[in-house]
Design a protein around this ligand. Sequence first.
Ligand code: FAD
Length: 428
Amino acid sequence: MSNITPQTSQNDAMRYSALSILANGLRGNRGWTPAWREPEPKAEYDVVVVGAGHGLATAYYLAKEYGLRNIAVIERSYLGSGNIGRNTTIVRSNYLLPGNVPFYELSMKLWEGLEQDLNYNAMVSQRGVINLFHSDPQRDAYARRGNAMRLHGIDAELLDVEAMRAMAPMLDFDNARFPIKGGLLQRRGGTVRHDAVVWGYGRAADARGVDIVQNCEVTGITVEAGRAVGVETNRGPIRAKKVALAVAGNSSQVAAMAGLRLPIETHVLQAFVTEGIKPFLDHVVTFGAGHFYVSQSDKGGLVFGGDLDGYNSYAQRGNLPVVEDVCEGGMALMPAIGRLRLLRSWGGLMDMSMDGSPIIDRTPVQGLYLNAGWCYGGFKATPASGLCFAHLIARDEPHPVATAYRLDRFASGRVIDEKGMGAQPNLH
Ligand SMILES: Cc1cc2nc3c(=O)[nH]c(=O)nc-3n(C[C@H](O)[C@H](O)[C@H](O)COP(=O)(O)OP(=O)(O)OC[C@H]3O[C@@H](n4cnc5c(N)ncnc54)[C@H](O)[C@@H]3O)c2cc1C
């Protein structure tokens, strides 16, 4: 594991602290400077990272851990317009399979030190993630998962129904179809404010000299003699010694620009938030008898989500049948929420891989690197994904905790089927 320690930003004048808030407040808040620059893209970089989600974290760690300076992150829209600013903010490392466990635990450890590292308040809230179970076989499955976690040194507790009642009394425990029998709790799991993660990584990468180029769409990948040597964009060509793709639901389209066909399908996932209410739910809770999960934001809204929309789409919005389906799940779990008004819903483009696990790997095109296949769960992966992708790009070898995330596993059969769903991306 790489040594991630808090460091001072290069731009000390911009260091955020209680004192700087006080001093700026007394001066009418006129002393703040922009959190990142708006540079014009240069003609050439050492590394061009496409996509400003995991791409921002990648650029930050390339600069911080691997000493690269001449880096650009190319984003077709504004920072946070992708899934990194659209998710339901849940972070956890409650995985089962050896290919996944160390990776997600590294991510959890990075979350735990992220605010100090970035000098940015990302509202990391380790409020606990509870997966409910509703039958004896499901309890066995969660006990197995919890044991696997503990064998890897990760916290996990199996709660009985009385413990659950004490922690979340508003749940419908005695629902005739889905009685709650207990839950698997990871106390270190929780939520992190998603846009603060974008802004924190963006600001910290910029402070280390990374050019963040917004409103710049990659329209082609320049390949010469089998090697990626740059990208075409709507603002002109940019040469690069290495090109790294982290474009989530657009992965298939962008990889096709270099002649690659990926084992990825794009689906829409929706999220929802209600009007604000008093503190009601202290933890993140997932329903074990349907696809519904929920937490309460610091503003008081219940933030929840459920299943994919169920067909392929590149539209960042979903459809009403899934709204109904998700709300039914919510009503089955906690009928009291039927009295709340839904304030907003939105959708994001999920890069669904065939086994539900991600890809962080080189591609058959030299100098072209791929970070994709995050499905529902890539927000929690952001720090480790950025670090491991940076490691791969800088060293041309996988980071020790990401060796299983190979692109060729779909050909060799070494899939990481965490959910046991088989090759059905719409089910992962
Ligand atoms: C509704 C919803 C809820 C979710 N909830 C959770 C959760 O609670 N916990 C969790 O761990 N995960 C969650 N996820 C999943 C998580 O958000 C994603 O897996 C993760 O953010 C993916 O990161 P990324 O960097 O690959 O993608 P993104 O953040 O989408 O970044 C990719 C970027 O690439 C840009 N791009 C695309 N094409 C081009 C191009 N041609 N040129 C330039 N730029 C381009 C896009 O504009 C985008 O900004 C959720 C996702 C959604 C949609």
